[in-house]
Design a binder for this molecule. Structure first.
Ligand SMILES: Cc1cc2nc3c(=O)[nH]c(=O)nc-3n(C[C@H](O)[C@H](O)[C@H](O)COP(=O)(O)O)c2cc1C
Length: 183
């Protein structure tokens, strides 16, 4: 399957980078094709709601690095949303990318894709990822995509925390166990 990964972390060797490396290792071992978009190192202008795109009828006014991502989103069977928690939400880098889905909204909505959420945050509390999970769930309800897995690395400030707490293994297993018709 084609898997498109959206990474919102600005840390090249941080927690999410580690979780994604492990996820990719598992997914590639199972024969899946990976495309990874590290949003923090790309040029992505925030959506300005000019509506010139008509949600997919016309080109977006910003022909930045989203030009590379849009086709990868359209062809993806699975989209992975990965981000550290920043004030209990995803990073601005990831949220800017997601808002720019708008330019191809008509082709993404109802396209029966599957999705995954990977996140990390310092706070170990159970409630700490309620917000990011809820906005992920609502976006999926709108898009009519199905959630097929999450790695929620709570209590992890650094990649070493994630390594010690076994979240790398969880991410690897998530990638490794993706099958045609995964649910
Ligand atoms: C600006 C900022 C805001 C943060 N907000 C939260 C937060 O709301 N809750 C939390 O648990 N951790 C928070 N953190 C900690 C990061 O989410 C955590 O260190 C994460 O594992 C970093 O992932 P990365 O190395 O992939 O970037 C914040 C860190 C920064 C820099």
């Amino acid at each position: 399957m084609n898997i498109t990964i959206l990474n919102g972390s600005p840390h090249k060797k941080g927690t999410n980078a580690y979780l994604l490396d492990e996820f990719i290792r598992g997914a590639e071992e199972s024969g899946h094709e990976i495309y990874r978009f590290d949003a923090a190192f790309k040029k992505v202008h925030p959506c300005i709601a000019c509506d010139r795109c008509g949600c997919g009828d016309n080109p977006c006014v910003f022909q930045d690095d989203m030009v590379e991502l849009w086709p990868e989103l359209e062809k993806a069977d699975i989209v992975v949303f990965a981000s550290p928690l920043y004030y209990y939400s995803a990073t601005a880098q990831l949220l800017s990318v997601v808002a720019r889905f708008y330019a191809i909204d008509k082709r993404l909505k109802g396209s029966s894709k599957k999705a995954m959420l990977i996140s990390s945050g310092t706070n170990p509390s159970d409630w700490a990822m309620m917000g990011i999970q809820r906005s992920y769930e609502e976006a999926l309800m709108y898009l009519e995509w199905a959630d097929i897995g999450r790695v929620l690395a709570r209590g992890c400030k650094t990649r070493e925390d994630a390594e010690e707490k076994g979240f790398g293994e969880k991410a690897y297993e998530l990638g490794k166990n993706i099958r045609e018709g995964s649910k």
